[in-house]
Design a protein around this ligand. Structure first.
Ligand code: ASP
Length: 349
């Protein structure tokens, strides 16, 4: 049995109410930003996928000149391994200068607000900000107050759009080798099961908003405490299947999720029961989904949502996801700064 309460140091509510007359870009989304996956039309998704492949294979010296001397700030109010490192490596691969501000080693610890931190980073020359924050909507607020392109690196239980794009790249590599142009039927006939703690997962939400637009059926699987029925109402093409074995049997892709202990806030779960009903084991996989591809956004908790045998097994695509993260994030960082330049020069004319 686990019972977990919030321990985050940052306030759980957004500290900065927007002033009545917000000075910057009050109503528009910056063209270089990516705040939520639905901001992107399908042709933009296709452009990002195509650009990611191009940049991944480009000569490193040529690539490193693309964003030479441009400045990018990574602002992280929650811990991160994959997202932070891959965004940083992506920006550096394009030649940009990056600086990391994390809540544990900055004036955020002294109580500085998101708004003041954002304005400070802008005054220091940051041209784009990559933000992870425990509150839903924080990237939007940051964009409004700074006027800079903001890439959402995960906001609370809301969205994680770059993860959905890298998941899509991984899924396409598994099922539609070589395909980077996506359309409304690219994944038709494909069932993707997302299993585990759906309620608290921004990864699940961004995938639920993206994959059905390409024709995939998204099947959600988990106990009612972690998957209330209303979660499936996010959009079309989403259904709930509580029986994990049945869900596996109809899936080509299975995306496992961690139980987000830091967001359970008092919710009680019987972990033995959870393992019995929802743990992905090698036996379960062999019996019900011997050909499915297994994804997980990480961090994986071996022995809880999946066994070590599955994580390290031949059906696991978990490290491919990590690698795809760098390519996708190169395309996103470049897009943020390219569109930033065109906005700035356009404004100057
Ligand atoms: N790394 C993912 C996220 O930041 C998933 C997780 O933390 O479980 O949302």
């Amino acid at each position: 049995m686990i019972e977990v309460r919030h321990s985050a140091r940052v306030p759980r509510t957004l500290p900065d109410a927007l002033p009545a007359s917000t000075p910057f870009f009050a109503s528009s989304v910056h063209p270089g930003s990516l705040l939520g996956i639905s901001d992107l039309e399908l042709d933009e998704v296709a452009q990002i996928l195509t650009r990611a492949s191009f940049l991944e294979h480009e000569d490193p010296l040529t690539r490193a000149r693309r964003l030479a001397k441009r400045k990018i700030a990574l602002l992280f109010y929650e811990s991160s391994t994959r997202t932070r490192t891959s965004f940083e490596l992506a920006a550096k691969a394009l030649g940009a200068d990056t600086t990391l501000v994390s809540s544990l080693s900055s004036s955020i610890e002294k109580g500085e607000s998101l708004k003041d931190t954002g304005l400070t980073l802008r005054a220091l020359g940051a041209e784009a900000i990559l933000l992870r924050h425990p509150n839903s909507g924080a990237p939007w607020l940051l964009e409004q107050v700074t006027g800079l392109p903001v890439l959402n690196a995960g906001d609370g239980m809301h969205e994680h759009p770059s993860q959905a794009l890298l998941d899509l790249r991984t899924i396409l590599a598994c099922l539609r080798s070589g395909v980077t142009t996506v359309a409304a039927d690219t994944l038709s006939g494909i069932t993707v099961t997302i299993a585990g703690d759906i309620l608290h997962s921004r990864v699940a939400r961004s995938n639920m908003l993206l994959l059905p637009r390409l024709g995939a059926q998204v099947q959600l699987c988990g106990p009612p405490a972690l998957l209330p029925a209303m979660v499936a109402e996010v959009g079309p093409g989403i259904r709930i299947e509580r029986d994990f074995d049945r869900a596996l049997a109809s899936s080509q892709i299975v995306m496992m999720l961690r139980i987000q202990a830091e967001r359970l806030a008092g919710l009680q779960l019987d972990l033995d029961e959870y393992r019995r009903d929802y743990q992905l084991t090698a036996a379960r996989l062999a019996a019900h989904a011997p050909a499915a591809h297994i994804l997980h956004p990480g961090p994986i908790i071996r022995g809880l949502e999946l066994t070590a045998e599955v994580a390290d097994g031949p059906q696991s695509r978990i490290l491919d996801q990590v690698r795809n993260g760098v390519a996708i994030r190169m395309a996103l960082v470049e897009r943020a700064l390219d569109l930033h330049s065109s906005t700035v020069s356009g404004a100057a004319q």
